[in-house]
Design a protein around this ligand. Structure first.
Ligand SMILES: [Zn+2]
Length: 263
């Protein structure tokens, strides 16, 4: 019998060779196409043009609808079509396919593509999740795909989930500054550094329990305030996990003594 080991994250050596092969073939086919159709070399202009036309068409539809020329059903279908083009452009932009060397144009296109579908996650934040998707496609840690409900069973629950844009963070530790007496009482200890240095400790110190589940973050008893000064935030790999261990999704205050494992 062989001992059970954790499945390693990422492709095996044989897979890496296959990936390299597929990648080279795709790049070669691209070069071939560009050689045959020279107009494809103006990739930046083509992308910018499609975006400009899509946005103009969406605004045009809205205008014609407002004037009573375009019925609602046609307006919805047309806007959905042009919005889908901006979605594809956003995807290509995430892969740096337009204006790779002209930052302002690249970011302007990203901003406009986002503005065309403002209920979606911002593309700069999505980039990290999207690269992770390509790396771990179809697995449990493919958060981007899971966020758009892929892998969920069909039903009303899946429909409701599509409204969730996963723009969230998990606060796992904090530096206690207010209400120290209450925190010490709840935690049953004095040492300031150990009051909130982990998720369980933090909840106990703040009196957060299961009854606070799903409460809005902008209404009492919870309140979040913007920071007062500039903070030196650093990123690193998360701790105490076995999957996606290489992703820099742990953020914290540089040099803070209030973390179980300081950066
Ligand atoms: Zn992609």
């Amino acid at each position: 019998m062989t001992p059970q080991t954790e499945t390693p994250v990422g492709p095996s050596k044989a897979d890496k060779e296959k990936i390299e092969y597929v990648r080279n073939e795709v790049l070669r086919a691209g070069e071939h196409l560009r050689a045959r159709h020279t107009w494809l070399r103006h990739q930046d202009t083509i992308g910018a043009l499609i975006l400009a036309i899509s946005i103009a068409a969406m605004l045009g539809c809205a205008w014609f609808y407002a004037k009573g020329v375009l019925p609602a059903w046609a307006c919805i279908a047309l806007v959905a079509f042009f919005a889908s083009l901006t979605h594809e452009l956003e995807h290509d932009l995430i892969h740096y396919m337009y204006f790779r060397k002209k930052a302002w144009a690249h970011h302007l296109m990203l901003a406009l593509a986002w503005l065309a579908r403002p209920s979606t996650m911002n593309p700069w934040a999505r980039r990290e999740l999207h690269f992770n998707h390509h790396k771990h496609s179809g697995t449990e840690v493919d958060i981007e795909e899971r966020a758009i409900t892929n892998g969920e069973r069909w039903g009303p629950a899946r429909l409701i989930m599509t409204f969730d844009n996963i723009q969230s963070v998990l606060i796992r530790a904090l530096q206690p500054t207010h209400g120290l007496a209450a925190m010490r009482r709840r935690r049953g200890l004095q040492e300031l550094r150990a009051l909130c240095s982990g998720p369980g400790k933090l909840c106990e110190a703040l009196g957060i329990s299961i009854k606070h589940n799903e409460l809005p973050l902008d209404r009492p008893p919870i309140a979040l305030h913007a920071r007062l000064g500039k903070a030196d935030i650093v990123a690193g790999v998360r701790i105490g996990i076995t999957k996606a261990v290489d992703l820099p999704w742990r953020y914290g205050l540089k040099g803070s003594r209030f973390l179980s494992k300081p950066f």
